[in-house]
Structure formats: structure tokens, C-alpha cells
Ligand binder design. Structure first.
Ligand SMILES: [Zn+2]
Length: 222
């Protein structure tokens, strides 16, 4: 059961299809775990359709359809999670379907970089020039260096759990950290923790040591 969800504005923009792919992705992943948000999304979608049907048609440019296809086709396209009440099926290695094309041969086959004793990371090559999309893996009981955020970081827990000063986050939980937030995640002692992380600006590091230890934390979009 998930306890941390995207807020209604984010969910509404997701349903309307107006989010950048790298922001829609973690929401699609959360929806696979969260029946409550699928239901809320379905309601927003019905409401949107009703409002839309009351509008007068607006002419669109000749290239509108071509541009839409380009968006759906190109890199960075996110498979929409069906807003059906039943839980979507997982891929073979237990990952959400929305990550299937980014992790085609399994988590262990990815190119992992060791960031510290407890943390490793793998960039997923999502194709967004302004955001980095990555998997983070924290060893059971491992602590991540305290860090602050200059921009925002969206995290969805895929396996295991971690905690910080504000709470404990388990599978499916969706978190947004904004500018000025500082935290020090610690994985649960009994299992490794795997998260999807989307960063849109460099993380501010606590000290020189952190800077030396964490070249990864300068983000590398795409
Ligand atoms: Zn939810």
C-alpha cells in the first residue's frame, strides 16, 4: 500500500498528457502500484472529457497531427498506465511496465556506477535534455550522503524501502524534493532499496568531500 502520492495538479497534468515525458514517467510508475491514484486519474479523465465535449471545436494547424505523432514516437515517450482498477502486470524481473523499454534486459545488466559504499546509480538514457532519469540502488542498511537540492528530484521506490527525517518510504511511494530540501536517505536494514529518480538540476553538496565523492551528482541529462 502506497502512502505518498503525486499531488492532484501533477496527476491532472499527467492525465491531460501535458507533462514532459521524464516527469510523466515516475507518475506512470507510481500508478502501477497505486489503485487510489488510478481511480483518481480515471475520474479526472472523465471530468476532462465532459468539459471537452462542451467546448466549441477549435481549428488546429495542418501539422498538429504530425507533431503529435512525433511526440508519441520519439525517444522520451512514456507508455500511459491504464487507469483501470486492476493492477497492471509486472515485467519478468518485477519492474513496472513503464520502465520496460528503458531496462530491456534486467536491472543487473545495466551499466552501474558506484557513487559511495552504499549507493550505486545507473542512468537510463531517457533522452530529456534537461533532466536526468536514473535508477538508484542503496545497499540494505546503507546511508546516502546528506545532500540538498537546487532543483527538484522525483523519487519512486521500486523495491525495498528507505527512510529520512520525514518518514519511511516503501514500494510505490512517490516523493518530490524541492529546492532547499536537505535529507539523508537510509535504506531499511533487511533489504536493498531500488528507486527511480528524476533530477532536473544539480544537487547541492554538503562539503568538499561530498563534491569529490559524488561526481555523479552533477546531473547528466539524456
Ligand atoms: Zn497514489
Amino acid at each position: 500500500m502506497t502512502h505518498y502520492h503525486p499531488d492532484q495538479f501533477l496527476l491532472n497534468d499527467y492525465v491531460a498528457g501535458s507533462l514532459p515525458g521524464a516527469v510523466a514517467l515516475p507518475i506512470a510508475v507510481h500508478l502501477e502500484y497505486c489503485a487510489q491514484c488510478r481511480e483518481e486519474g480515471a475520474q479526472l479523465s472523465r471530468l476532462g472529457a465532459e468539459l471537452f465535449s462542451e467546448l466549441d471545436p477549435v481549428p488546429v494547424g495542418d501539422d498538429a497531427f504530425a507533431r503529435l505523432l512525433e511526440r508519441l514516437d520519439g525517444k522520451g515517450a512514456v507508455p500511459m498506465t491504464p487507469l483501470a482498477p486492476q493492477r497492471p502486470a509486472r515485467t519478468r524481473d518485477g519492474l513496472p511496465r513503464a520502465l520496460r523499454s528503458l531496462v530491456p534486459t534486467g536491472v543487473e545488466e545495466l551499466d552501474w556506477k558506484r557513487i559511495s559504499g552504499a549507493l550505486r546509480a545507473s542512468r537510463l538514457g531517457f533522452g530529456d535534455p534537461r533532466r536526468e532519469v536514473a535508477l538508484h540502488h542503496i545497499r540494505a542498511g546503507g546511508k546516502v550522503l546528506a545532500h540538498g537540492h537546487a532543483g527538484s528530484e522525483i523519487t519512486v521506490v521500486l523495491q525495498g524501502s528507505f527512510s529520512d527525517q520525514d518518514g519511511r518510504y516503501a514500494q510505490g511511494d512517490f516523493l518530490v524534493r524541492g529546492p532547499g530540501d536537505e535529507h539523508r536517505p537510509v535504506a531499511a536494514a533487511d533489504s536493498d532499496c531500488l528507486c527511480l529518480a528524476v533530477l532536473d538540476a544539480p544537487i547541492r553538496l554538503g562539503g568538499l568531500l561530498g563534491r569529490l565523492a559524488n561526481p555523479f551528482l552533477r546531473i547528466h541529462p539524456r
